[in-house]
Design a protein. Structure first.
Length: 115
C-alpha cells in the first residue's frame, strides 16, 4: 500500500494505514464478505477507505457474482468452414441491427461490443 495521507470525508481527521479492512456488499440478494483488504481508516470515527489495489480486488470479486438479466443458449454451428453463433432476434432488435462488433476473450467468455 502506498503511504498516501488523506483526510476523512466524514469528520476531517487524518486517516491511518489499515491492512485489515473488511468490505461487505450485497449482489443479487447475496451478501459477500471480502476480508484482509488494505487502505486507510479514520481513528476518530472509524470510516474506512480502500486503496486502489483493494478497490480493484473488490470490483473483480463482485463482478463474478453478478449474473446477466437474460441468458440465451445457442448451438455453435459450422458455415463455410467457420464456427458460427447466431444472435438472438431479441438482442438484434435491442441493438438496432448494428453491423459492426469488436470481439475479444475474457477467460472462457466471448465478449462482443457492438457498434
Amino acid at each position: 500500500m502506498s503511504e498516501i495521507e488523506i483526510r476523512c470525508a466524514a469528520c476531517g481527521t487524518w486517516t491511518k494505514e489499515a491492512k485489515d479492512i473488511t468490505f461487505i456488499a450485497t449482489v443479487e440478494a447475496r451478501e459477500i464478505v471480502i476480508t484482509r483488504l488494505t487502505g486507510s481508516r479514520c481513528q476518530t470515527c472509524g470510516e474506512e477507505y480502500l486503496d486502489a489495489e483493494s478497490s480493484e480486488k473488490v470490483e473483480e470479486i463482485v463482478k463474478k457474482f453478478r449474473k446477466p438479466a437474460v441468458v440465451f443458449k445457442r448451438k455453435i454451428t459450422i458455415s463455410g468452414g467457420r464456427r458460427v453463433i447466431g444472435i438472438p432476434e431479441e438482442i438484434d432488435r435491442a441493438l438496432g441491427k448494428k453491423e459492426n462488433a469488436e470481439i475479444w476473450l475474457e477467460g472462457d467468455k466471448i465478449v462482443a461490443e457492438v457498434y
